[in-house]
Structure formats: C-alpha cells, structure tokens
Design a protein around this ligand. Structure first.
Ligand code: NDP
Length: 382
C-alpha cells in the first residue's frame, strides 16, 4: 500500500487522480483530500476513499464539512493553515492540483517534508521558481511533472543525458481560438471549449490566450536545467505529441498519447514503474495526420510576454502569473473582454517599479499580492 494526498481533489486533475486510485484501490491509502469550497464533492470523495482528513480552504464551510463527515471518523478542517498542515503530513506521494498561486503554501509544506510531489499546479512553480527549487534541493524532495508537456519531456529525458540535450520543444494545441478571426467578441463559453482537453475553467482560458504555454515555458525552465533560448514552442493542433527533446546527434525523442490527463498522472503515480490505465491503444491511422505551426505571437502575445518575464527573472514571473489570474477571473465573470487579458498582464509588467526578486515564500506572496492590486486597478474603467 502507498499513501497519497491530493491537494485540489475536487478539480479536474484531482478527480482524474481519484479515478486512477479507484481503479487500483487496493494499492492506495488516502491521507488528505482538499478543496476550496466544494464541500459536497470533497466529503463524497473523503467518504468513498476513507481519507484520514478533509480540508476546505474556505473557513465558513467548516460546519457543513463536519456535518457531511459526521460519524465517519474522518477529520474535518478548514482554512489556509489547515491546508498546509494537511499537506505536511508524510505520504508517499502528494498530488498538487490546486489551481493558481493559492496552491503555493500547501505545495511548499509538502516539499518541506522531503516527499515526492506530483506537480500539476504550475502557477506555484512559476511564481516561486527559485524559492521552490531551492526548497526541493534543501529538503531532498522529488518533483514529478504532471503537466502533460513536462511529463513528456521528463519521460524523453530518460533516453539520454541532460548535457547532450540540444533543445526541448513544448507542443501547444493552439486552443479553441487559433483559427477564430475576431478575438474581440470571444465569450467565456467559447474560450473554455477546448478542442482536445477537458480541463478546469482557468487553464482552459489560459490555453485560449496561450498564457498556458507561456506559464509552461517558465515551468520548463525551472524543472529542467535548459537555457530559455533552447526551449521552443510549436503549435500542434492534434495534441498527439505532448512534447519533444532533441539531442546533439540530431535524434529527437517525443512522447505520444491520448489527450487524457490520466496518462501523465499515472506516469507520476507509478514512477519509476508503470501502471495500467483505461486508455485505448494509440491508433495512428485513425489520427491520420499531425501538423505543426509556429506560434502567432502577434495575435496571441502571451508566450512572448512570458519569455520576457522569464528572461527578466526576479519578481517578473510572479507578477505575470498574478496579473493573469486576476485578468482571467475578470474575463470569466464578464468584466473584461478576452483581448484585455494580455493587455492587463503586459501593463503590470511594464510598470517601472517592480518589486525586488523574492527570496522567501512570504516575499513571493507579497509580490503576488502587489501584482493583484496593480492588475485590479487596471480593470477599472479609466
Ligand atoms: P480546477 O479548477 O478543475 O480545480 C482546482 C482545484 O483547486 C479544486 O479542487 C478547487 O476546489 C481547488 N481550489 C481552487 N481555488 C483554491 C484555493 N484558493 N485554495 C485551495 N484550493 C483551491 O483546476 P484543474 O484541475 O484544471 O487545474 C489544477 C492545476 O493543474 C492548475 O494549476 C492547472 O494549470 C494544472 N493543470 C491542469 C490540467 C487539466 O487537465 N485540468 C492539465 C495540466 C495542468 P473547489 O472545487 O472547491 O473549487
């Protein structure tokens, strides 16, 4: 039996992780499950999997959670501190699947235990890059990438030595708006209707703006010791190749598979072994063709902004991430147009007085808060 905690258990990645645990229930002992406010979903999962503790971030929901778990013996807790306490309980693997920088504190709490963390929560790594990677080294933790592209790169890197890598290529589907001519009238419904992947609302919008690929560029730079200029992005609308690694002899290794997050999640859960998933075998004749395009940064400037933020380093990636989170939330609640998302992010980054490079978790959170205030001001009508 291996023990597992899932941070963000009620989300898209969290539920797909639980699906794999359910299919192999004899192998897993569930310790902590967490959510933001979805008490019903959290309590249902905690009961089904016999979790030891269920935590809801929204403290006002604690009473409801206690009622929903009454008589089960499952501990109920609420609030940010409880989330970090649950994340710090020793387990064989923690799946970090909270969306946004809100997941950073719990991820750091898991890292400080020196455990294995399957990281989906890319915003945490983008915001806290150096702080998080230093903590991983200090505490002897292991970060396994859940993001399908980084998981693909991680797998392809098993085929050679890092010093022999010439470049890595992140593939991007291009999102649902790649071929939409007029981006000014895009609705949240259109933006979250991803052609290949079924994901949470925030990452779906990020995929439509290409900020997802921008965040992934920064994520790749922290996960793999490769210079930024050797990390490329190519649009591949079929999402069959999940990313590639090119070696110095001209060999390029790619990982292929269905557009189903259970594949990279399973790869992390079983690593370094493999486990069964319900995936059908890859049917290349049915796929028929694979196409590739250069990203169109004139229409989707997010990858350019992210590359510039990564090159600037310091506080810039955390500012980019926070401004994007604020702008995406405003777009989803119809406060701003789709095309304003990148404008808000760029405007925050262009303000001349960026904070100093954060060196601690608290400093990252202060930079994040500062950028949220700046971005929120930009949402108000002039
Ligand atoms: P979802 O929105 O579907 O789920 C987010 C989870 O985090 C939910 O459990 C939610 O709880 C919880 N949560 C949200 N806000 C907070 C908060 N402030 N404090 C504590 N918990 C919170 O997101 P996804 O599963 O789509 O994405 C999760 C992460 O994985 C993201 O970083 C995303 O970029 C990354 N990722 C996702 C992929 C996908 O296919 N979905 C693919 C690759 C990466 P509640 O349900 O109560 O709101």
């Amino acid at each position: 039996m291996r023990s597992i905690s899932i941070l963000g258990a009620t989300g898209s990645v969290g539920e797909q992780t639980l699906d794999l645990v359910r299919r192999n229930s004899g192998d897993w002992n569930v310790v902590a499950l967490t959510a933001n406010s979805n008490v019903e979903g959290l309590a249902k999962a905690a009961r089904e999997f016999g979790a030891r503790i269920a935590v809801v971030a929204d403290e006002r929901r604690l009473g409801e959670l206690r009622d929903a778990l009454a008589g089960t013996g499952i501990e109920a807790a609420a609030g940010r501190a409880a989330l970090c306490e649950a994340a710090s309980r020793p387990v064989d693997i923690t799946v970090a699947a909270i969306v946004g920088c809100a997941g950073l504190g719990p991820v750091m709490a898991a890292i400080e235990q020196g455990g294995t963390i399957a990281l989906a929560n890319k915003e945490a790594l983008v915001s806290a890059g150096e702080v998080m990677t230093a903590a991983v080294a200090k505490h002897g933790a292991t970060l396994l990438p859940v993001d399908s592209e980084h998981n693909a790169i991680f797998q392809c890197l098993q085929g050679g030595r890092i010093e022999d890598v010439r470049s890595i290529t992140l593939t991007a589907s291009g999102g649902p708006l790649r071929t939409v001519a007029d981006l000014s009238a895009v609705t949240p419904e259109q933006a979250i209707a991803h052609p290949n992947w079924d994901m949470g609302a925030k990452i779906s919008v990020d995929s439509a703006t290409m900020f997802n690929k921008g965040l992934e560029l920064i994520e790749a730079h922290h996960l793999f010791p490769i210079d930024l200029e050797r990390i490329r992005i190519v649009v591949h609308p079929q999402s069959v190749i999940h990313s590639m690694v090119e070696y110095r002899d001209g060999s390029t290794l790619a990982q292929l598979g269905p557009s189903d997050m259970r594949v990279p999640i399973a790869s992390c859960l079983a690593w370094p072994a493999r486990m069964d998933t319900p995936m059908a075998p890859l049917d290349l004749p049915a796929i028929g063709e694979m196409t590739f395009f250069a990203p169109d940064e004139a229409r989707f400037p997010a990858t350019k902004l992210a590359r510039e933020a990564a090159e600037a380093g310091g506080a810039a990636p955390a500012m980019l991430n926070a401004a994007n989170e604020v702008a995406v939330a405003a777009f989803l609640t119809r406060k701003i147009a789709f095309s304003r998302i990148a404008v808000v992010v760029e405007s925050v980054l262009q303000q001349g007085d960026l904070p100093n490079a954060p060196r601690t978790l608290d400093e990252v959170m202060r930079v994040d808060e500062d950028a949220r205030i700046r971005a929120t001001h930009l949402l108000e009508p002039a």
